[in-house]
Design a protein around this ligand. Structure first.
Ligand code: FAD
Length: 287
């Protein structure tokens, strides 16, 4: 099923994000988790794409397993950084040959060892060019990334919003946001996106705080701000991982409850492959 059809009939669409295990870890480790995720009846599960295409085959294999063996709709993330046109087409064709209908089309980050990577030397400098390419050659439902606080490299948030509007206009079906911890920022982003004429569904990316060091690292990489309330919480429980986990689950649950009360199109829960904590969050919000 093309996920855009789901957004037309259901609100909020509840989705999970998982990542492939490292190459030296057997795929069974994620399949065992999928059994547990299935119990939670997500509307779809997305599978991330390792930076620069590491484990790219695993992304497709897992997305295919989710759809074809677990009967849950799936979406593969795909970054074009470092790929040739031929590799891009091969990959997209292999999505189609695996019966996959949904792709999150991304430019990707600079390779880890090249922070000053020149994207003008990449096959596509921006995700919008990749999306145009997919639209012209493949019959896939296309989602794209959005940044409620602006992409970390954009000098002005408004520039990023204008780029987002142009990206959507190249053929995006729906948007998935980067994680954020303050819903007011998200609501403000929705208002500004609407004013600019972005009318496709926008699903809210939520990452629960399971470990404070992990969140600080991820937030610093993607440029998400950590509100004072969360800083205090992480400080309070920094030496107590069990209480940190409980507090993180409660914070994410409260964030999602508020989003649902405000009629968001969807919640995209970045599960960090943690099925039991994901279950606790859904139990808390009554889903
Ligand atoms: C929901 C979500 C899932 C993600 N999943 C993954 C994953 O699985 N694997 C992974 O490696 N990374 C992932 N990322 C991270 C993503 O690859 C990075 O954020 C990357 O730096 C940007 O990708 P993009 O597709 O948003 O790029 P773009 O849309 O191309 O934007 C990148 C920058 O270029 C600017 N820009 C866009 N168009 C133009 C233009 N025409 N002219 C000038 N500037 C322009 C934008 O404002 C922005 O600053 C994900 C991000 C999100 C939000």
């Amino acid at each position: 099923m093309k996920l855009i059809e789901l957004f037309k009939t259901k609100k909020p669409v509840i989705s999970f994000e998982i990542f492939p295990p490292k190459l030296d870890t057997p795929l069974e480790s994620i399949y065992n988790k999928l059994e547990q995720f299935k119990e939670l009846k997500p509307d779809f599960i997305s599978v991330t794409y390792g930076a620069g295409g590491s484990a790219k085959d695993r992304t497709i294999e897992i997305a295919s397993k989710i759809k074809n063996d677990y009967n849950i709709e799936s979406m593969a993330h795909f970054t074009c950084v470092g790929h040739s046109k031929e590799e891009i087409d091969n990959l997209l064709s292999s999505l189609e040959s695996n019966n996959l209908e949904n792709v999150l089309a991304l430019r990707g980050d600079p390779p880890a060892n090249q922070p000053d990577f020149d994207f003008s030397k990449n096959i596509y400098s921006h995700a919008s060019e990749l999306i145009k390419h997919i639209r012209s050659k493949h019959n896939l439902c296309i989602s794209a990334a959005a940044y409620a606080e602006g992409h970390i490299n954009s000098k002005r948030i408004l520039d990023d919003l204008i780029n987002l509007k142009n990206k959507v206009d190249t053929g995006v079906d729906f948007l998935v946001t980067q994680l954020f911890f303050d819903n007011r920022i998200f609501y403000d982003f929705l208002d500004r996106a609407k004013t600019l004429g972005i009318s496709c569904p926008i699903t809210a990316g939520i990452m629960p705080v399971f470990k404070s060091e992990q969140i600080i690292k991820i937030a610093s990489l993607c440029g998400a701000s950590i509100p004072a309330k969360l800083v205090l919480m992480m400080d309070k429980y920094k030496n107590n991982p069990d209480d940190m986990l409980k507090a993180g689950i409660e914070y994410a649950s409260a964030q999602i409850r508020d989003l649902i009360d405000n009629h968001v199109d969807g919640i995209h829960l970045m599960t960090m492959n943690r099925a039991s904590s994901t279950k606790e969050i859904l139990d808390n919000i009554g889903i």
